[in-house]
Design a protein around this ligand. Sequence first.
Ligand SMILES: [Zn+2]
Ligand SMILES: [Zn+2]
Length: 810
Amino acid sequence: MKYNPSEIETKWQRHWDEERSFEPSDDTRLPKKYVLSMFPYPSGRIHMGHVRNYAIGDAIARYWRKRGCNVLHPIGWDSFGMPAENAAIKHGLHPKSWTYENIDYMRRELSALGLSFSKEREFATSDPEYTRWEQQFLIEMYEKGILYRESTTVNWCESCHTVLANEQVEEGRCWRCDNPVVLKEMPGYYLDIVRYADELLRDLERLEGKWPAQVLAMQRNWIGRSEGLAFSFRFSDESRQKLGGDDGGFEVFTTRPDTIYGVTYTALAPEHPIVKRLIEKGLLPEETARRIEEIANMSEVERARQEKEGYPLGLEVIHPLTGGKIPVWTANFVLAGYGSGAVMAVPAHDERDFEFATRYGLPIKRVIEGGELPYTGPGVLVDSGPFTGMASEEARRAIIEYMEKERLGEGRVNYRLRNWGISRQRYWGAPIPFIHCPGCGLVPEKPENLPVTLPDDVEITGEGNPLESHPTWKRCICPRCGSEAERETDTMDTFVQSSWYFLRYTTPRRFWEEVPFRREDTDYWMPVDQYIGGIEHAILHLLYARFFTKVLRDLGYVNLDEPFERLLTQGMVLKEGAKMSKSKGNVVDPDALVEKYGADTARLFILFAAPPTQELEWNDSAVEGAHRFLRRLYERALRVEPCDALAPIDHATLSKEEKEARRKVYEALKKGEEVYGERFTFNTLIAACMEALNALDRQHDGRVWQEGVWIVLNLLEPIVPHICWELSDRLFKRNNFGLIEVREEVFQVEAIPMAVSINGKPRAQIEVPPEASKEEILEIARAAVPKWLEGKSVVKEIVVPNRLVNLVVK
Ligand SMILES: [Zn+2]
Ligand SMILES: [Zn+2]
């Protein structure tokens, strides 16, 4: 019988479909496992990264199913987003048909890999019945003050024609198209993630040891909690008059209150409202004003790359402690998005402030003793009024306390994390369900009118928001007063959809019209026991999903603090050392691989080539090797005598080779527990199975073969399911798919080989019983070397257990 993967694979895929083999049970008394690989964006075709992601998840899901667990292993589609619109612009296709056709195609591709997904719980996030609940969440968040609309400076990508969240700006560039991001003022909707910053930070501790340390560190940094002092600089009387009288001053935040006596200037961001006012009032030289506006429109990267640049604003503030007058500047390194867009500058103790002061000849005042300036370490305060002589740490506390008592400022915790801007000015997204009424202002849509769906008849040109230019879509009636009003045309960031999709899967689809998900289902299934995805989601998706879960908890939807119990971040698939990409032309098409070798070979290769967390280098000959192994397994297994149950084997009566084969088989079985349950180093388990097969081949006992194949097929089923179902069905009626107990007797060693040396020179080999005492070992050793002991006296005896005996003789 020849191994024919396509025949076997089609047969079993059909069987699994017909039997609904992978649908979770509604019986909540069963122990549960929720195994989830991050869902794909329906870009058109699956790539090797997908194969890796889903092969890992599938192996874990299949393992727990065999252990008698009720397993939820779902798949869906993260189907809103820009590529659909780009396809529309490029090929004239409608984003909706492009998306859903891609889903159909990719579903077939995934299906051909034999992945054990629940088919009944599949959905796409662009389905209106999904949008309906998301819009409801937003309205409830608005009512709780977690969602708000505000006009502020935002990150704008010129090439994507949309706003980006801070998390979507990577080193000043758009995460999607890599164009430099510019800052722009416009209204948008924000989710108050900062309100949850402390909890998001604190709960990372619970994930310690269960999430990769790197991901935890990245989230900690991104949240960026710092403690310090917030206080205001008040304008001098002359400056206040100059500005028109109503400006008291501006607020700054510092983590180094101990250096406050060293402030010699302050600096505002070029987009700070005070700078704008000066320009509007014509209070700055024309040339300077023009340059400041230029800087304000630059991307953050551009600004960071440039030399420090700034201009005096002709204003002065009063130092809150010394009463001295301090000049106000604007500087390119102060960003509006961080803190309040204003900083106190202490050139003696800050590198950046020092560089700027040196360039513009501003005074530098040392207030901390220590090394050469700029000195940024802690030390004893000098020239600092009543705080002189204190150490930095003590002075920090004392200065905050004093400023609070005098109502000059307050101790504050600051975060690097900014609120999440969810407005996008694009068509293919979930509409934000609000209405602008000339009389009532911003009004949420009524629940009975949800979902607010997208119009199908749009023209997508890439210029502006198609919802904005649609002739009728945005015209509506105010839900509150009934007068004519306008619908919001912003759509949601697609990361909103991926922030709760894992909750949706927990509820059977027959309830999806009634509820987003049922409480009893999330109580049973959540948290996700094992989540699997790429490290690129370390901040964006994983932070948003954690935040969303906490908000839904506070809205009463779930009883849960953290959504993902354990996280595995898989490494990239490389070819010739580079990430596979169309532009590099080094893409391996999974379809072609499945076509040529079968799904089992593709899955075996991808799990064998590297541990899941490491990068995987593509290797054609290793694919061949994986295929050869399966062919050999198939052909050899079919020579085993079929049986319904294993006959007992009397281990003691077996030959050395037979014992060795059993030992290898059970070693693999032990490894299986550790690999599937804990470590996910599938490569080591596959290697152990290969060794077991080799050891089986060196003996001829039919029962040992039977037992070996029984166990190996059980162990490999999660990795190469089709071939294992086929063989197990034929040979064992699949009775080998249950829990198999380890037989400890096979690990009992009968004799330990040891070397015997005389004066350090090896002279003989002996075998000793494992339980032999030192005296017994010496007795056996002496008996093995009679001729070296003749006429000599033994002066020293050394026994190195399990290794050697050395006799020193004279
Ligand atoms: Zn972009
Ligand atoms: Zn109204």
